[in-house]
Design a protein around this ligand. Structure first.
Ligand code: NOJ
Length: 557
């Protein structure tokens, strides 16, 4: 059944159809925009690399670590907020959208980072936070100064309800009423998140103009696009109607802010109009991308691509993070997602992020390798979070070191996002080489074993798997640009094909901790195994997948 052939010297797949088929495949890849081919790497600057000893990462730290990104084969970076901020919510509370917080460095440092990335052939997209500002933002200071202030209408103000309390029952995502009383001006203001993060009023044209100018400010500096934060909550119901209770809520387990169905605060049609305006700004510049956090269920995600008027290029898709991790559930999630997006839409797959529990903890270290293979072989743009490539797990946070306001305000439901934000580990030295000071979050107790330097020395590590997968994806047109062909998953093996011109690639992922037999029609050449020890094997008819093993096969056309 198995025959050993000498290891392949490079990762290029064969093209049995010869030169013209190869040309067709290459042309299909060349027709894609850069962001369709790119592998995105998310960096939370606070948690990446500190250079000034304050225990918090900075822009110079990112510059210092660009060799790592290049070695991995990253094409594009999504950088979490670097803007001037009191940092109550990890920088998602800005006092100035067009200034770099001194904690991270200066605008000159930013320009240097952008130039360095571009010099290495990588792109940079920034987080753009349109929904709210910090309550310290000069716009809000003006707005709250009096009801007559010209900026009053830049935020969402309302009179008390009939009982003298908040105008309605809307809840902040971070706990409690979404309305905060402002004594000075005698009204409530709305905040979807912290009370220190008042919502901007997107119905106001001047707000929209000002925010469009923020985009232009960064686009003029050369950034390649944005990830739009909380884009589904830009507008709320104008009539201020109460949200109904969620019939599925469970008093024991549902966190209080999630006990209403957000009919009147989320996903309002006006928000989609505003996203079209943002996209129009992006389209003033050639070759930029707009990705967005849409918080939508799979059945809503299609709307965020737009129709005659485009919205996002890439509404971010968390289906893999939210899926039950077994072959049958995954094949259903994948299918539901592909069916939910419009025909012209380009898919994307997110397997990590600063708000999401690390996969290495939720599905385990062994399946984290399978997840990497899945995300890097499915049709669509993959996104992962710095640290995923070394299998970082949720780091326990003692109560006195909790930073996340979410956990402080809604304790006891496992909502703390600090565990996934624990700093990156670069080597086995003190604090993993992240800082010479005291890291702002605990580093975890496996730093010595699990860090970039140590895993780089082991050519079968997860880190190497990421590198090999990215290289294989780039070298294999069917994986970059090919169609997705679903296959029926059986025997705990998630299976699908990618096909382009005369290339057919089969991906088979054993989601069980037991060996499983995989049958194939004909012969195939094994391009990569998650265990990184089988490439070059020829498979005839069938093979055994070891526990938690995924493989990529080049099939005979
Ligand atoms: C979504 C961001 O990803 C999250 O980290 C933040 O707390 C909220 N938006 C509020 O900005």
């Amino acid at each position: 059944m198995l025959q050993k052939t000498p290891p392949r010297r490079d990762l290029r797949t064969r093209t049995p159809g010869g030169a013209s088929a190869r040309r067709n495949a290459d042309e299909a890849v060349a027709r894609l925009a850069w962001w369709q081919k790119a592998v995105f790497y998310q960096i939370a600057p606070l948690s990446f690399q500190d250079t000034d000893g304050d225990g918090k990462g900075d822009i110079n730290g990112i510059i210092q670590r660009l060799d790592h990104l290049e070695w991995l084969g990253i094409d594009a970076v999504w950088l979490c907020p670097i803007y001037s901020s009191p940092m109550l919510d990890f920088g998602y509370d800005m006092v100035d959208f067009c200034a770099v917080d001194p904690l991270f460095g200066s605008l000159a440092d930013f320009d240097r980072l952008l130039a360095e990335l571009h010099g290495r052939g990588m792109k940079l997209i920034l987080d753009f936070i349109p929904n709210h500002t910090s309550d310290q933002h000069p716009w809000f200071t003006e707005s709250r100064s009096s009801r007559e202030n010209p900026k009053r209408d830049w935020y969402v103000w309302a009179d008390p309800g009939p009982d003298g309390g908040p105008p309605n029952n809307w809840l902040s995502r971070f706990g409690g009423s979404a309305w905060e009383w402002d004594h000075g001006s005698g009204q409530y203001y709305y905040h979807a998140f912290l009370k220190e993060q008042p919502d901007l009023n997107w119905r106001n044209r001047d707000v929209r103009r000002a925010m469009a100018d923020v985009l232009r400010f960064w686009l003029d500096r050369g950034v390649d696009g944005f990830r739009v934060d909380a884009s589904a909550v830009l507008a709320e119901d104008e009539l201020l109607r109460d949200d109904p209770p969620d019939p599925k809520f469970d008093a024991e387990t549902t966190p209080p802010p999630q006990r209403l169905t957000r009919v009147f605060t989320d996903d309002r049609p006006e928000s989609l109009d505003y996203l079209e305006e943002l996209r129009a700004v992006i389209d003033e510049y050639p070759d930029r991308v707009l990705a967005g956090e849409v918080q939508g269920k799979t059945n809503r995600i299609g709307h965020f691509y737009g129709n005659d008027r485009p919205r996002f290029h890439l509404p971010l898709n968390f289906a893999l993070l939210d899926a039950k991790w077994n072959a049958v559930a995954l094949q259903a999630q994948i299918d539901a997602y592909y069916n939910a997006i419009p025909d012209h839409a380009w898919p994307d797959w997110v397997i990590g992020g600063h708000d999401k529990k690390r996969l290495a903890s939720t599905i385990g270290k062994a399946q984290a390798r399978v997840a990497a293979m899945l995300a890097l072989t499915l049709k669509g743009t993959p996104f992962f979070f710095a640290g995923d490539e070394i299998g970082m797990e949720q780091v326990p946070i003692p109560p006195d070191r909790i930073r996340d306001p979410f956990e402080r305000l809604v304790p006891g439901y496992g909502l703390n996002r600090d565990p996934e934000r624990s700093p990156m580990r670069w080597d086995s030295g003190p604090h993993g080489g992240f800082t010479t000071g005291e890291p702002y979050l605990p580093m975890g107790d496996d730093v010595e074993r699990r860090n970039v330097r140590t895993l780089k020395d082991d050519q079968r590590s997860l880190l190497w798997l990421y590198r090999r997968l990215i290289a294989l994806r780039r070298a294999t047109p069917a994986l970059t640009a090919g169609d997705h062909r679903p296959l029926r998953s059986r025997n705990d093996i998630l299976r699908f094909e990618r096909a382009l011109a005369d290339q057919r690639v089969l991906v088979a992922l054993n989601t069980s901790p037991q060996p499983r037999r995989l049958d194939i029609a004909g012969t195939a050449n094994l391009l990569l195994s998650t265990n990184l020890d089988r490439d070059g094997e020829t498979i005839r008819g069938a093979t055994m997948l070891r526990a938690d093993e995924g493989i990529i096969l080049a099939l005979d056309a």
